[in-house]
Structure formats: C-alpha cells, structure tokens
Design a protein around this ligand. Sequence first.
Ligand SMILES: [Zn+2]
Length: 452
Amino acid sequence: MAVLFFDHAFLPQGWSTGVRIDLEGGRIAAVTAQARADGAQHCRGIALPGLPNLHSHTFQRGMAGLAERRGDSEDNFWTWRQVMYHFLGLLTPDDIEAIAAFAFVEMLESGFTSVAEFHYLHHAPDGRPYDNPAELSERIVAAASATGIGLTLLPVLYSASGFGGALTSDGQRRFSNSLDRFLDLAKRAEASAGKHGFEFGVAPHSLRAAPPETLKGLLTAYNSGPVHIHVAEQTREVEDCVAWSGKRPIEWLFDNVRVDERWCLIHATHTNETEIRLMAESGAVVGRCPITEANLGDGIFAAKAYLEGGGLFGVGSDSQIDIDAPGELRQLEYSQRLGHRARNVLSTRSGSSTGRELYDRALAGGAQALARAAGSLAPGELADIVVLDSEHPNFAHGSADRWLDAYLFTSPANVVKDVFVAGQHVVRDGRHRDRERVEKAYKCVLARIGDI
Ligand SMILES: [Zn+2]
C-alpha cells in the first residue's frame, strides 16, 4: 500500500498539517493529520482535492487562437462555429487522439484531475461511420488512459440542426446520428470506457439538436447515469426555442423531462428568475465554462441569484481556448464583479474566503456531474490530489483559505507541483510524465494542418 505525506492538506473538516494519506487500489484508505512522514512519499506543499473539469471538447484545443481574426460581419458564437466546422473536417482519428492527449496533459498540469468529455465527433469527414462506429470515442478513451486523467465519457447525440427537427448541414455530418445508430455507438463506447474503469454518461447535444421524440428515446434507453446538455448558451437559441415551442429552453426542459441530480446543464447563461429557481431546486449541476463563454461573447450568468438559491455548479474548459483550472473560477467571479460593480460577489457569508467557497462548490458540483467518487480527501474517495508549491512567493504571506485565494486570483503559471489521479503520480515538479512525447505528436498534427 502506498502512503503519501503532505505538509498541509485541505480536508473535509478544514485545513490540517502533517497529513498522511494511505492509498489502496487508487482510493484513499485512511487520512491521518498531525502525523509523521516516516516511510511515506513526502510531497512538500499544499494538497488539495483535484478539480473535476465538467465540460470539454478536446479536439477544439487544436484550433485555439485560430478564430481571433475579425470577419466581414460582426463575429459571434455562430461565426466561431463555422471556423470550428472547417477545422474538424481536417482531422483524422490519429489527429483526434493526439490533440485529446495534449489537452489532457495541459488539464492535469493546470490542476484538473478528471474530465467529462462531451464527445460529438463520431464519423469520417464525409459523414460515413467508421468500421467501428465508436472509433473516435475509443480514441478519447485511449488518450485519457495514456495520460492518466480520470474520464467520464459522454458520447453526444446530435440528430437535427435546429428546433423542429431541421436536417443537419454538411458541417455537421461528422456528428449526426439517428437515435438507433447512436444507441449502437454508445453501447460500444460504454464498453470501451468500462474496460479502463472510466465513467460513462450520455449527452443530448442541445434541444435544437435532439428533438423531443429522440430525447425521450435516449432517456428511456439510459435511465441512470449522467446526462449533460448544452442549454440557453445563446440569445438566438432562446429566441428560436420560443418561436418553436412558445417556451424558453430551460423552461421547456423542466416542463418535458425530469431534471434531477443526473443532469448537468451546460452554460444555462440566459435565464429568467423562474428558470434560476427551477435549476437551483432541481439538484442538477449547472456547468459553467467562464473562459470559453467570455471568449465567445456569450453573456453573463446570474450566478449570484443561482448560488443564493442553493444551486450547484462546476466548471469546464469547453473550447480549450485557455486550459486553466483556477482561471475558470477566477473568470466566473470576475464576470460577476463586472456585472454587479462589486467585489467578492460569489462568497455567501461575511468574512468568508471567495477562493475557498468557489473551490469547495466546484469540487462538489464537478464530482456529481462526472459521477466520480472524488472531490474530497476522505476515505473511500479516489485519490485525485493536486499539490501546490508552498515555496512559491504567492503563498509566502498566507495560510489556509488564503492559499486558495492566492491560487485562484493571482494565477501564477507554475504553481501546481504534483498531481495524482486515482493514486497515480502523473505530474511531477509541474510537468506531466509524458509531456515531451505528447507535445511532439500534437505539434506534428498542427504543423500538417497549418493555418485555416
Ligand atoms: Zn460545449
């Protein structure tokens, strides 16, 4: 049995010093505070539970920075999507695996220890399924397994291009499936994830891409496990949904399906007070992707009202424009500060640390959304641990919750020292164990594709 020892650790009951963690089969078997390091692997620093990344499209890492040129008209989410469709048409299965592996390495080095991959790229560029319909899902599983990140695989059902069941366009042919074809693909993808001990769920892409009958069929076939959906990301999406059904997307969802703890509502940016209340009371997690949402110009989420209503949330790196675990929480808080013209908007108690509250909540929401037994350094949980460099100047004047404030708000690039996932030591001294090889393969893909 391996034993780790940390100078400081963030435990469920609070901060402790001299913490021994006994590991067994990737899980935490015992935690002892104010212990001695004898016989243990001594990791000098501040141990935190690793943050789950609840929303990712790994292939988009390869186009980060390629959609920052102004177009002929006003650029928005929909013009960005055209660039994305063009880019994904260029990728082979090997490319997709190489890009995913690189994104996972960056996630691990930034402090994410697990990821929910919202995987919608299924077919060859001409739209034909591969001989193995789950080929690309298996490439994601292979990349996760090689890099050691914890994975919740979410194959995406995408069967229409607009509300009312409009046919998919050429740009969407790599991800379009009928329900039956998707269920076959998902069965194979689930078996592949299970072989590696990964979690599995399903993801109707959005209400515009999963018409009511298809959504119903999917939820009948999968009546347990995580369900993730993009919802109310764009004002145009809200307007189109109202034109189609007379209801706003979140309102429609709550009227037509049972939204509960299984659900993760990605973005949920454009809401009214009723929708905020429905989401907060449902037990579902809202999946915020603040850096991507800022990059795409999506809008500002009513986070303060949602948290005051008891809502659960987690964060995701979504488009991978900037893979930065603490940065997602920082951007979430900063979007609120700009909107409310106030500071420390998302801490709910007077005198409490904003960093601590955000981190605590994102751990719980993320673990629930990924159906992963992680999120706290407690017996029975997976040993997903991030160790911050306590020698870094940003931590010199602080202790306890101040460390979390420094981690989230001062954003040093090199503050994560070690990372363990299910007890595996995947990042040492800030560098992933396989970075060199993975980075080289990634650069080869990008060099071949060139500018787009
Ligand atoms: Zn997304």
